[in-house]
Design a protein around this ligand. Structure first.
Ligand code: ADP
Ligand code: ADP
Length: 215
């Protein structure tokens, strides 16, 4: 199944994508994780993306689309994937549809994880992620077993620079201007499913799995 997780920064896309990915046995492809990994490796792509990420702006569509198309062409993505953080503009959505259409493929559903701005700010300010596997934690809502250490691989947890207050405001604005129009885009394709992302992590998880299983 080809699933898109749509939602503002901090909505819980990464947290939930990891669960769905495990359940379906299809890869979790998060564009933010791919950019951060490229940056960590000091590649050209990473260095280009950094300037935009630091400001909370979007990386240009051509760079982002090329990276995603390359990723979904890999063997492990042939039976499906969970896209997290992509598409983030209507242009990216159109480019993805066109590329899939060439192979006779299409997106099965876009799930919008809906969370209010006030809650998003609280989530982003308390978020830390693993330097190695990028799993997200929250100081209050979802703390690791041992402070500062990833439960999954023992990696060091850190706060992303772009989760600091001044960048968060801009990211939420960018979401509302550039990404929110995708809600209408997927609605017009009858692919949009909404989920209340303000419920407990385990409740959101159960509802998501129900939606996917009944598809
Ligand atoms: P979050 O999980 O908080 O929504 P991400 O990790 O998805 O944040 O993204 C971090 C940054 O990476 C974004 O602010 C943006 O600069 C860049 N980015 C990620 N995905 C995209 C995309 N699809 N298009 C353009 N830029 C992106
Ligand atoms: P996104 O990938 O959409 O930016 P994350 O999955 O990284 O969001 O979650 C953002 C923060 O909110 C993390 O610190 C995470 O632990 C926390 N979080 C995720 N889902 C929930 C939830 N349903 N309730 C409370 N906190 C949550």
């Amino acid at each position: 199944m080809r699933i898109i997780l749509l939602g503002a920064p901090g909505a819980g896309k990464g947290t939930q994508a990891a669960v769905i990915s495990k359940k379906l046995g299809t890869p979790h492809i998060a564009t933010g994780d791919l950019f951060r990994a490229a940056l960590g490796q000091g590649t050209d792509l990473g260095n280009k993306a950094k300037a935009y990420m630091d400001k909370g702006e979007l990386v240009p569509d051509d760079i982002t689309v090329a990276m995603v198309l390359e990723r979904i062409a890999l063997d492990d993505a042939q039976t499906g994937y969970i896209l997290d953080g992509f598409p983030r503009t209507v242009n990216q959505g159109v480019a993805l549809d066109q590329a899939l259409e060439k192979n006779g493929e299409s997106i099965d559903m876009a799930i919008l994880v809906d969370v209010s701005d006030a809650e998003l700010v609280k989530r982003l300010s308390g978020r830390s992620i693993c330097r190695t596997c990028q799993t997200p934690y929250h100081s209050v809502n979802n703390p690791p077993k041992e402070t500062g250490v990833c439960d999954l691989d023992g990696g060091e947890l850190y706060q992303r620079d772009d989760d600091k207050a001044e960048t968060v405001i801009n990211r939420l604005q960018v979401y509302s201007n550039e990404t929110a129009p995708l809600i209408q885009f997927f609605e017009s394709q009858s692919k949009l499913v909404r989920i209340n992302g303000e419920q407990d992590i385990s409740v959101v998880e159960k509802q998501l799995l129900d939606i996917i299983e009944t598809k």
